[in-house]
Design a protein around this ligand. Structure first.
Ligand SMILES: Nc1nc2c(c(=O)[nH]1)N[C@@H](CN(C=O)c1ccc(C(=O)N[C@@H](CCC(=O)O)C(=O)O)cc1)CN2
Length: 290
């Protein structure tokens, strides 16, 4: 039976580390790091995530600047707000909660964020910096996956890694991070032929495809480490109820792998902990503090 990788506990440790870092930062800089979070509209899941981010920020001793705009906000008004936040010296990190309402061009809004405040790591500049080995911010979810992998496996050099999913915010940055760790990286996607065979050769599997329990236990190499990024709500056995499952068939994977992240309680909590980590790093860079 595989070990369960406890992302919730790891994230709590990271948040505590950040809290201590914030205290040291404030003593030197005479101010707390500041994170601006922009939420447009009433998406209930987004509202929950933004509340969690605010609470985590305050608990870590950071300033949280919340901007909750109505769903009808125009793209021009949102871009104007980003411009103000870019220029605000109290703001070290800017995050625009996704998804945005359909009438707003997400790419245009993300690209408007100053890369030095892009604590979500979503701008083209941040992606380019990661791809070329320059200092910059790494998207929080893949950064959290990497931390869990390094904690579990230590040196990743030479390991074979398969990432299922090629999104700009998880699959691609994950591939860059694992390449930087000298893994042999394969990105699988919806057109990949014989996915079972591709996954079967991997020491590390990162599933980020958004399809409930798509990766089967029988596809895994015995002893693999499995990181499940998927958060899918599906009907539960009890009539009218729902439950969360990942992109990996968890019970099957537990029979074959060496270690698996659960859903919930695996990668998800790392996302917010890494956001705090990036915000502290942004503040230190802006103040020239090592
Ligand atoms: N600007 C951003 N937008 C979005 C991001 C992001 O990183 N930046 N990621 C997601 C949502 N998200 C944070 O924003 C997020 C998702 C899930 C979790 C989490 O802890 N999940 C729990 C389960 C939660 C539940 O019960 O529903 C878990 O997996 O244990 C945290 C943050 C999209 N938008």
């Amino acid at each position: 039976m595989a070990d369960i990788i406890d992302g919730k506990a790891f994230a709590a440790g990271l948040r505590e580390e950040v809290r201590e870092g914030v205290t040291a930062f404030a003593a030197k800089a005479g101010r707390a790091p500041g994170l601006a979070v922009v939420l447009v509209g009433e998406d209930p899941a987004s509202a929950v995530y933004v509340r969690s981010k605010h609470k985590a920020c305050v608990t870590a001793g950071m300033e949280s600047f919340e901007h909750h705009l109505p769903a009808e906000t125009s793209e021009a008004d949102l871009l104007a707000l980003i411009g103000q936040l870019n220029a605000d010296p109290a703001v070290d990190g800017i995050l625009v909660q996704l998804p945005l309402p359909k009438h707003i061009d997400e790419t245009k809004v993300i690209e408007a964020i100053d890369p030095d405040k892009d604590v979500d790591g979503f701008t083209t500049a941040s992606a380019g910096r990661l791809a070329t080995g320059q200092d910059g911010f790494v998207a929080c979810t893949p950064l959290g996956c990497l931390m869990l992998l390094k904690d579990r496996l230590g040196d990743l050099s030479g390991k074979s890694a398969v990432i299922v999913g090629r999104s700009n915010i998880v699959g691609k940055p994950m591939a860059m991070l694992l390449l930087k760790e000298s893994c042999t990286v394969t990105i699988a996607h919806s057109r990949t032929q014989d996915l079972a065979h591709v996954i079967g050769g991997a020491d590390i599997v990162v599933a980020a495809v958004g399809r409930p329990e798509m990766v089967k236990g029988a596809w895994l190499k015995p002893g693999a480490t499995v990181i499940d990024v998927g958060i899918n709500r599906v009907p539960a056995a009890e009539e009218g109820k729902t439950k969360l499952v990942g992109d990996v068939a968890f019970d099957e994977a537990m029979e074959v792998a060496a270690a698996v992240t659960p859903v919930p309680g695996g990668v998800g909590p790392m996302t917010i902990a890494c956001l705090l980590h990036n915000t502290l790093a942004a503040a230190k860079r802006r103040e020239g503090i090592a």
